[in-house]
Design a protein around this ligand. Structure first.
Ligand code: ATR
Length: 279
C-alpha cells in the first residue's frame, strides 16, 4: 500500500453533481488512512476527449465515467477490457504508469454482486428474467446475467430496434418482447429488472401493472435516486422481494478503488449509514 503518494481520482459526467461516488470513495480513503481525494469532474460532451487525455497530466490515477460519457469515452482509451468491449461501454478508467488509458466496465459485476448481497441463494437460471430497457445499463446487466448462467431473458424497450440489436449481439438467450406486451411479459418470471431511466428523480414514473408477476419474483431497479422507486414500492406492497440500485453503485466502486488506491475496500454498515444520510 502506497500511503505516501497523494492519489487523485474522480467521476466525469454531465450533469454529475448528484453522484454519490465521492461519498463512497472519500469514505474509503479516510477508512484506510490513505492520502488522496475523489472529486467531481463536470465535463461537457464536447470536452470529453481532451479531459480524458488530460488525466495523466493532472496526476489522476483514473476516474469513473457516467452519463452521458460511458460509450464515447471508449474512443479515448488505449486499451479496453474484453467485457467492457462486449458491453460497448466503460465506467472506469485506470491511468497506467506510461500514461496509457485503460477502460473497464464494473457495472455488471456490481449489479450481480448487489443481487447476491441481497439474496445469498440467488441463481441466474432460476427462471425467466424480464428486463426493461436497452440502454447502457441494460447492456451491462444483460451480459452479466448471461455470463452468470441466465437461460431466458425477455427484453423490452420502448424503441424495439435497440432491444433487437442487443439480442442480436448477445445471442438467443435474449428474446425481444414488444413494449406493449409488458404486462404479459411478467408472467412466470423469477426476476423483473428495470434499467430504464423511468422512475429516476426528475423523470416520469414507470407505470407498470404487476398483476401477472409471480409473488416469488425478485424485483430490482438499477435506479438509486430515489432509493425506492414507484416500481419497488408497488412490488414491496404486494409482497415481492426488492433490490434497489445502491448496491450496484457500491459494488462497482470496489474494484475501481482497488485499481487506483491499491486496497480492495469493504462495504461496511458505517458506509451504508453515511450513504443513507445523503438521501
Ligand atoms: P443508461 O445508460 O442509464 O441505460 P440510456 O442509455 O440513455 O441510459 O438508456 C435509457 C433507457 O431508458 C432506454 O432503454 C430508454 O428507452 P429508448 O431506447 O426507447 O430511449 C429508456 N427510457 C427512457 N425514457 C423512457 C420512457 N419515457 N419510457 C420508456 N422507456 C424510456
Amino acid at each position: 500500500m502506497s500511503s505516501e503518494k497523494f492519489i487523485l481520482a474522480g467521476v466525469m459526467g454531465h450533469p454529475v453533481a448528484h453522484s454519490r461516488s465521492p461519498v463512497i470513495h472519500n469514505h474509503w480513503i479516510a477508512q484506510y488512512k490513505l492520502k488522496g481525494s475523489y472529486v467531481l469532474l463536470p465535463v461537457e460532451p464536447t470536452h470529453l476527449y481532451d479531459a480524458l487525455k488530460g488525466l495523466k497530466a493532472l496526476g489522476f490515477a483514473g476516474c469513473n465515467v457516467t452519463i452521458p460519457h460511458k460509450v464515447e469515452a471508449m474512443k479515448a482509451m488505449d486499451w479496453v477490457h474484453p467485457v467492457a468491449k462486449q458491453m460497448g461501454a466503460i465506467n472506469t478508467i485506470v491511468v497506467q504508469s506510461d500514461g496509457a488509458l485503460h477502460g473497464f466496465n464494473n457495472d455488471g459485476y456490481g449489479y450481480i454482486q448487489s443481487i447476491k448481497d441481497a439474496k445469498a441463494d440467488w441463481k441466474a437460471n432460476a427462471g425467466p428474467i424480464t428486463v426493461l430497457g436497452a440502454g447502457g445499463a441494460a447492456r451491462a446487466i444483460v451480459l452479466s446475467l448471461i455470463n452468470e448462467g441466465a437461460t431466458e431473458i425477455r427484453l423490452l424497450n420502448r424503441t424495439k430496434s435497440k432491444a433487437e440489436e442487443l439480442a442480436e449481439e448477445f445471442g438467443p438467450k435474449v428474446q425481444v418482447v414488444d413494449w406493449n406486451e409488458r404486462i404479459n411479459a411478467l408472467s412466470g418470471v423469477a426476476m423483473l429488472i428495470n434499467t430504464t431511466s423511468q422512475g429516476m428523480h426528475g423523470q416520469s414514473e414507470l407505470e407498470l401493472n404487476l398483476s401477472e408477476l409471480p409473488l416469488t419474483a425478485l424485483v430490482s431497479d438499477a435506479i438509486y435516486i430515489p432509493l425506492e422507486t414507484k416500481l419497488l414500492a408497488q412490488a414491496k406492497m404486494r409482497g415481492n422481494a426488492t433490490v434497489n440500485g445502491l448496491g450496484m453503485l457500491l459494488n462497482q466502486a470496489r474494484p475501481a478503488f482497488q485499481a487506483w488506491f491499491g486496497v480492495l475496500p469493504e462495504i461496511t454498515p458505517e458506509l451504508q449509514t453515511v450513504i443513507a444520510g445523503t438521501f
